[in-house]
Design a protein around this ligand. Structure first.
Ligand code: PNS
Length: 163
């Protein structure tokens, strides 16, 4: 049986931390569905299509790229998991402070869909400080993003904040 996991997130933008988690997950699962959550009530730098394109570009050089599908969704994650017949959700945890929110979300998802479990992975310790919020702040002030995001994401961010 194919082992499949959903890797959900806002990914606005996709960072080196997300890429690191994905590169670990492909060793454990046959297929990862990167699920870009599009929340129309939340203002975002990149729309869903742009985020998908940036993720695709950033992984195409890896030999595991074929194991990854990238989709966008709006709604409850467990509904998507059921629709896709996937019972593993994958989330990255960088620090203890992430854990409280992640723990609540994992248990809420389990209450909604008992067959769905959440697997947590830790990124490389050098990447634990990276967050999409910090990346956007650096981008807004024209800082060096090279160690925070893949090159193509850095370029796209610079373009967004140019005007
Ligand atoms: O990258 P993020 O913003 O931390 O990702 C959070 C995300 C998108 C995974 C979470 O908000 C989510 O699953 N949203 C969809 C609605 C849902 O199912 N919420 C969880 C029920 S508690």
């Amino acid at each position: 049986m194919e082992r499949v996991a959903l890797y959900p997130g806002s990914f606005d933008p996709w960072t080196n931390g997300h890429l690191d988690i994905l590169s670990r997950a492909v060793k454990m699962f046959d297929k990862i569905i990167v699920t870009v959550a599009v929340n129309n009530k939340k203002s975002a730098v990149f729309n869903g299509e742009e985020r998908i394109k940036l993720i695709k570009e950033s992984i195409k050089k890896y030999d595991w790229a074929g194991q990854v599908e990238i989709i966008q969704f709006t709604g409850l994650l467990v509904d998507l998991a059921r629709e896709k017949k996937v019972n593993v959700l994958l989330r990255g945890v960088r620090q203890i402070s992430d854990f409280e929110y992640e723990f609540r979300m994992a248990l809420a998802n389990r209450r909604l869909a008992p067959e769905v479990d959440t697997v947590f992975l830790m990124p490389d310790e050098q990447l634990t400080f990276i967050s999409a919020t910090i990346v956007k702040e650096i981008a807004a002030w024209g800082g060096d993003l090279s160690s925070f995001v893949p090159d193509n994401v850095g370029k796209a961010l610079r373009k967004k904040y140019e005007t």
